[in-house]
Design a protein around this ligand. Structure first.
Ligand SMILES: [Zn+2]
Length: 314
C-alpha cells in the first residue's frame, strides 16, 4: 500500500488534480480550464468532483491528506482564498472547510508560488539546497522562498509577494494599486504591453503587423530571427528581471534563484541579460549565485502542495 496525497492546483486558467506519491510522481492526473467553470460554486463543485474521481482510482491506498495550491492572495493559516484576480467574483472562499466537509480528509492550503517553490526544492531545480528564491513570471510576477531549510510563510502565509517590491518611484500603476512595482514592469503581461506600445511606433519591425495581438512568444521568436526591436525588448525585459533579482539576492542570500512561469519558456534568451544586471548591480559576494530555469513545469504546484502535506506528516 502506497502513501499518497491528493493534490489540487487552482489557477486563473487551469484547475488540476492528481494523486502524488512521496517521490513526487503524479498519478491519475486530471485537468480542466478554469474559464469553463461559471462562478465560485461551479469551481468548488468541480474541485470536489475531481478529488472524488482521483480518490476513487486510489482505492486501497493510504491517503495522507489533501494539499491545495491556489492563486491568491490567500490566507493559508485560516484556510481561505481572499481573491483570485483572474476569476471574477471569487472572494473569501473558505476552500479548506469546503473540501474537508466534502472529502472527510485533512486539507492544507498553500499559495501557488510557495507551493511551486517547494516543488522545485524537493523535486526540481532546487534539490539539495537549503535556501532558494523561486520567481514565477507569467500573467503576474510572484515568488516563494525556502530559507535555511524552511518554507517562508510570514504573517498569514502572505510572504513572498516579491512582484510588489517597488523598483521605480511613482512608476507604472500596478494591479495592486501601488505604482512602480516590479510586477508592473517585469511580469509577462507588462512585457507584452510594453512590446505592443513600442511596436506601434516602429512599423518596420517584423512583428509590427501583429498589432494588439502581439504576444510575448512572438517577440521572443522575432528576436531569435534577428529583429532588432524584438531583441531590444527582450534585453530590457531581462534587465528588469535582473533588477528585482539583485534585491532578492541581497535580502535573502539564496543559493539559487529559480525562474518559472510562462516567460521561463524563453529562459535561454533572458538569462544573459539577467546575469549581466546581477554582475552590475549585486555586491561582488552575491554575483556567483546561479539563476536557473524551473524544472517541474506545470506540475510544480501539484508536487509542492503534496510535499507540504508529506512534510507535515513526516
Ligand atoms: Zn504591486
Amino acid at each position: 500500500m502506497a502513501s499518497l496525497v491528493l493534490a489540487l492546483d487552482l489557477g486563473g486558467s487551469r484547475l488540476r488534480a492528481a494523486a502524488v506519491d512521496a517521490d513526487g510522481k503524479l498519478h491519475h492526473r486530471e485537468e480542466v480550464a478554469t474559464t469553463s467553470l461559471n462562478g465560485t460554486k461551479a469551481i468548488t463543485d468541480r474541485m470536489i468532483a475531481m478529488s472524488r474521481s482521483v480518490l476513487d482510482k486510489c482505492a486501497g491506498e493510504d491517503i495522507l491528506g489533501v494539499g491545495v495550491s491556489s492563486a491568491g492572495p490567500l490566507d493559508s493559516e485560516a484556510g481561505f482564498i481572499v481573491s483570485i484576480s483572474t476569476i471574477p467574483n471569487f472572494f473569501d472562499v473558505p476552500i479548506v472547510a469546503i473540501l474537508e466537509d466534502a472529502l472527510n480528509l485533512q486539507v492544507t492550503l498553500e499559495n501557488d508560488a510557495i507551493a511551486a517553490a517547494v516543488g522545485e526544492w524537493t523535486h526540481g531545480a532546487g534539490r539539495g539546497v537549503r535556501s532558494l528564491v523561486y520567481v514565477t513570471v507569467s500573467t503576474g510576477l510572484g515568488g516563494g522562498l525556502i530559507i535555511d531549510g524552511n518554507v517562508l510563510h510570514g504573517r498569514r502565509g502572505f510572504a513572498g509577494h516579491i512582484g510588489h517590491m517597488s523598483i521605480i518611484a511613482d512608476g507604472r500603476t500596478c494591479g495592486c494599486g501601488n505604482r512602480g512595482c516590479w510586477e508592473a514592469y517585469a511580469s509577462g503581461t507588462s512585457f507584452t504591453t510594453r512590446a505592443r506600445e513600442r511596436v506601434a511606433q516602429a512599423p518596420n519591425s517584423s512583428v509590427a503587423l501583429k498589432g494588439d495581438t502581439l504576444s510575448a512568444a512572438d517577440v521572443f521568436a522575432a528576436a531569435r530571427t534577428g529583429d532588432e526591436l524584438a531583441q531590444q525588448l527582450v534585453d530590457e525585459q531581462a534587465d528588469l528581471l535582473g533588477i528585482g533579482m539583485v534585491s532578492l539576492l541581497h535580502l535573502f542570500s539564496p543559493e539559487r534563484i529559480i525562474m518559472g512561469g510562462g516567460l521561463s519558456h524563453a529562459f535561454d534568451q533572458l538569462h544573459p541579460g539577467i546575469k549581466a544586471r546581477i554582475e552590475r548591480g549585486a555586491m561582488p559576494a552575491f554575483r556567483d549565485v546561479p539563476v536557473l530555469r524551473a524544472a517541474c513545469g506545470d506540475d510544480a504546484g501539484l508536487i509542492g502542495a503534496a510535499m507540504t502535506v508529506f512534510r507535515r506528516n513526516s
